[in-house]
Ligand binder design. Structure first.
Ligand code: COA
Length: 548
């Protein structure tokens, strides 16, 4: 049983109370998407190129577009969500890149441990916090998320736990065991000193272990792993085909021992993941011993791997690869404390849109040109909805960034341009969260052409398409109640990844770039962004003063 099959859901509770009344993801009108596509290409192209692109788009509108649109609309009638299966494959499972590079990581506020016992104690309480969250999921008491007052699809929460991604030679698979399955997993995978344990966190009758029982389980793992073992886990950090091959080889030797990543992106975006983290952090603050514990605890089992020479060689390569990936990534976190969302709201602007405009200014100040920018916009108002792209770079944002440092432009005009840029961004956000953005629709039309053996239309080969999807800024808001943040790497070699947590009185932005690229530098962008946040506030403050 899966949640995708409404008729067969056995347990109905609060979490899924509105799931099946959520609308289906629409297929936007062809003409609307093409017009919006042209609008978003405009700031990235010169007049000549824009003219060429406009002609190509017109040709597509008259030639291949209508047939592909019709086929896509047909697909939409046959699926709960016309995009979700395609997206899972194209965006995640088909990718051969190491998950340690492409998956987001999250950063919790730093803990300070005085010795191993405190570390074990914290880990036990953290696991208890996760179990507390899982109880809410199993009992379906997790409240329905909302955005702008509208309920959201809850499937992402549901598929995060009891799940793992299995490497394949050409494509991975994602396995999830739903709560209605009678054979529920009771363990977590624990790694200490490279030893891998299957550690039960539920008793055999299904009761969660108490914090003191979890502590004892962890201690038993630590006691059995004082000397480091061969780093089998390194295999999971490799490119997916190499890991798929090694996984296959190890399975031949009859051993079963895969390790799942902390945050596997295939099934969920950052917000549900940070939701778990917030729950755990809140739990850590409040609870000492929330339940009695289980009467029947199985001790942890260390997994022994039969490692052939071939697998050992692959592991050595894995160690080299991960080291080179680590060396190649520059991660910087900006904790900007001058102001947060509250100030931006007081200035009567959308905080998210304002931050996005600040990114445009920070980038423009370094490179003296705009760049295609991706912001994740949620599609969770729709059943099985994931994300679409908010194209943050607009003609309005370019007009503001060009004017901001021009002494010939009066401050009042700059404020006006800033407000227009913010409004334009907010409008595109509204298009996106209502299923009316450009990128997933165009992807759907392209995949339809491929599925039906048609030629790839010229629109997808055009320089404008390449330029407007070469997202040098890849950005995403993942808000947390705590001083925490998510991070992810750039999506292009010469780009940046920006993941941000706008808090009431503080803006946290994690910036990543690749050291291999001579063009990018997280520190430089961080400095430019800090200055841009400050200058935008100063500009607004000066105008507020002028009005007094
Ligand atoms: N004046 C005053 N306040 C305003 C305002 C204005 N002009 N415009 C917006 N606000 C307020 C909003 O009412 C809201 O108030 P709240 O904090 O009480 O809820 C707040 O400012 C935030 O709104 P805004 O900054 O406009 O953003 P948002 O909350 O609508 O979020 C997205 C925008 C794009 C981040 C969101 O729609 C989304 O899609 N989130 C998911 C992203 C995702 O999936 N990321 C992970 C990918 S791995």
């Amino acid at each position: 049983m899966t949640i995708e099959e409404p008729g067969r859901v056995a347990v109905k509770g609060r979490t899924f109370s509105v799931q099946y009344s959520l609308p289906k993801l629409p297929v936007p009108a062809l003409e609307q998407t093409l017009n919006r596509y042209l609008d978003t290409c405009r700031p990235l192209l010169d007049d000549e190129q824009f003219k060429t692109t406009s002609e190509i788009v017109q040709k597509f509108k008259e030639k291949e577009g209508p047939e592909l649109q019709k086929l896509l609309e047909e697909r939409a009638t046959q699926h709960t969500n016309w995009l979700s299966d395609w997206w899972k494959s194209v965006a995640y499972l088909d990718s051969r890149l190491p998950v340690v590079v492409v998956n987001p990581g999250f950063y919790m506020p730093r803990q300070s441990f005085r010795g191993k016992q405190e570390q074990i104690d914290f880990t036990a309480r953290m696991i208890a916090g996760l179990l507390d969250y899982k109880i809410m999921l199993d009992e379906q008491t997790l409240p329905v998320d909302t955005m702008g007052g509208k309920p959201l699809c809850m499937v992402q929460h549901y598929q995060l736990l009891n799940a793992c991604r299995i490497p394949g030679l050409k494509k991975d698979t994602h396995v999830h065991i739903p709560p209605t399955d009678s054979n529920q997993p009771r363990h977590i995978t624990l790694i200490h000193n490279n030893h891998i344990f299957s550690m039960d966190v539920y008793g055999s009758q299904g009761k969660p272990l108490s914090i003191s029982q979890l502590r004892a389980q962890l201690q038993a793992c630590v006691d059995q792993s004082k000397v480091p073992a061969a780093p089998v886990g390194i295999l999971t950090t490799m490119d997916r085909s190499s890991w798929g091959k090694a996984y296959h080889d190890m399975f031949n030797v009859g051993e079963d021992g895969y390790v799942s990543a902390n945050y596997e992106h295939t099934t969920a975006e950052g917000p549900p993941v940070i939701g778990i983290m917030d729950h755990i952090l809140n739990f850590l603050e409040k609870h000492k011993e929330p339940w009695l514990g289980a009467p029947d605890v199985q001790p942890p089992k260390r997994l022994n791997f039969n490692l052939s020479e071939k697998v050992k060689q692959t592991m050595s390569r894995g160690l080299e690869d991960i080291e080179s990936n680590v060396q190649d990534t520059m991660i910087r976190a900006l904790f900007f404390k001058d102001y947060g969302k509250n100030f931006i709201k007081t200035a009567k602007m959308s905080p998210d849109a304002y931050i996005q405009v600040a990114y445009q200014l920070a980038y423009y100040r370094i490179y003296k040109q705009p760049c295609a920018t991706y912001e994740s916009g949620s599609l969770r108002r729709f059943q099985l909805g994931r994300t679409d792209t908010i194209r943050s770079c607009s003609s309005a944002s370019l007009a503001f960034t060009e004017a901001m440092d021009d002494p010939a432009v009066a401050p009042a005009v700059k404020v006006d341009l800033l407000r227009k840029a913010v409004q334009s961004h907010r409008q595109y956000t509204d298009y996106t969260v209502n299923g009316q953005a450009v990128d997933r629709h165009l992807l759907g039309l392209k995949l339809t052409a491929l599925e039906y053996g048609r030629d790839i239309p010229e629109l997808f080969m055009d320089l404008a398409f390449k330029e407007s999807t070469h997202f040098r800024l890849s950005t995403s808001q993942v808000a947390s109640q705590h001083e925490a943040f998510l991070c992810f790497v750039p999506v292009v070699p010469d780009g940046y990844g920006l993941c941000y947590n706008p808090r009431e009185e503080q803006l946290i932005v994690c910036i990543t770039s690749f050291n291999n690229s001579p063009e990018t530098n997280s520190e430089k962008l961080m400095a430019s962004l800090t200055q841009s946040f400050r200058d935008m506030q100063k500009l607004l403050a000066s105008q507020m003063q002028a009005k007094l």
